[in-house]
Each structure stands twice: as C-alpha cells, then as structure tokens.
Design a protein. Structure first.
Length: 53
C-alpha cells in the first residue's frame, strides 16, 4: 500500500511540475520578460549568427 501511495505521489508531482514548466514561459512572454524577434526583422548577419553558426 505504501508503494502505491509513493507511485501516485510521484505521478502527481510530475504532473504539477510539468504544468508549471509549461505555463511559465507563456506567462513570462505575456508580461514582456521574454523578448522575441521575428525572423523577417533580422538582418542576414543576425540570422546567420543565431541559427547557422
């Protein structure tokens, strides 16, 4: 019975952590903490530096 409780507890903890990790970047982006650049707005040098180097 104790092992079943441990398994259920670990499963619930994993669900809790993944939901926090999944929602954190979205909330940070909504608050403006994370800046994003459109690929169309990058110069050729910036694009090469970020994605091809």
């Amino acid at each position: 019975m104790i092992s079943i409780k441990k398994i259920v507890s670990a499963f619930l903890a994993a669900l809790f952590m993944t939901s926090l990790l999944a929602s954190a970047p979205v909330s940070a982006a909504e608050k403006g903490c994370v800046s994003t650049d459109s690929v169309e707005n990058l110069s050729a040098e910036e694009y090469f530096h970020r994605y091809e180097s």
